[in-house]
Design a protein around this ligand. Sequence first.
Ligand SMILES: [Zn+2]
Length: 90
Amino acid sequence: MSLTKCQECNNTVSSHAESCPKCAYPIVDKRSTKAHGGTGEQPKRREIVNIFLSLVFTAVTFLIILALIYLDEYYDMIDFFINLILNFKE
Ligand SMILES: [Zn+2]
């Protein structure tokens, strides 16, 4: 059990208490505040880039599938598309 100080009356209160027994001021546990996401934290750029890349990859895959379905009857165009990808990779 850890002790914390009441921000209002400076009384020593258990950190597990929801409010100060003396003045009823709500006790905010710093750890639980962080768990809620917190404010002022720097955005994790790498995480955002990873999410962005996965979204782009999903979108591109989805568009290719849609294109293949749409162009189902146009085999020449599909062949052209496949050749384009194969040539691009080389
Ligand atoms: Zn208090």
